[in-house]
Design a protein around this ligand. Sequence first.
Ligand code: F6P
Length: 327
Amino acid sequence: MKREIERIGVLTSGGDAPGMNACIRAVVRSGVYYRKEVVGIYRGYEGMIEGDFKRLRARDVGKIIHRGGTILKSARSETFRTPEGRKQAFENLQSEGIDGLVAIGGNGTFTGLHLLHEEFGMPVMGIPGTIDNDLYGTDFTIGFDTATNTVVQAVDQIRDTAASHGRLFFVEVMGRNSGFIAMHSGLSVGAEAMLVPERKMNTDELVRILDRNWKSTKSFSLVMVAEGGEQGHTFKLAEEVGRRLDYYDIKVTILGHLQRGGRPSCLDRLLSARLGVAAVEGLLEGKKDVMAGIVSDDIVYTPLVEAIKRGHHFADDLSRIAHILSI
Ligand code: F6P
């Protein structure tokens, strides 16, 4: 017979993402709605290992729906990667009476969550919270919409100065190994090209596009570059293009962590509300070792291992559309 869950632990882990607070609120309030106790676990798995817990009631999560970051704080825990670390974490959960766990995060968070289930039988539920949008089983992850809007706003400002000086800008965005942020924001700012790990463009091709633009009297150019897990590559690329097209005045902007902060967009708040409730309801119905996501506007639960491994790909036609529109 299925055992009832009475006390739910909630944590945020890995890189923070705008909307995490709205999601914590949704998890806590839906837990309380179903007459369960909810406990906040601070600083991700690091706090789980140290027993950094605090009971959260409905009013404790008031006035946070609009705030970026995470009130529970976040961390990337090395200790949790060890079997001893996870054992300590599980013992702390037990002594706190936590019998169900909701974690909001990305790949790394879900890897740890899956291990807690596999090694100790803990009922666990993941909620996709990362600006990278790189998880299978959900059209969008919490934070992606806000992050891309932040990029679009920043690049609109770069356009002003790029146009004034007639410059070529390489703008590097986050996303780890995913090109989602670069593709979506690039298309939205009218970039000449988007360089992403999923679809390698060789430098010859980029040079050809930029040369064509120069000859067709474009007054300035923008190239979006996904960080792609390789530090410094945008500077190297800009240097090479500069050597081959020496008439261009080239600048590089790395947008960095500003993409992770700020007030969550309406879409991210909506996603947070729906997924927070779906996670609690799923857990109480007996679902475990899965991620709650939204695909084509429907709630779906995907095994954590699949969410991590199967990969999430942006629409096939985005590069083609960018190519057509950037003439
Ligand atoms: O996963 C979110 C993310 O912002 C990635 O896009 C980026 O590569 C990474 O986290 C940066 O991590 P940190 O904040 O630990 O430097």
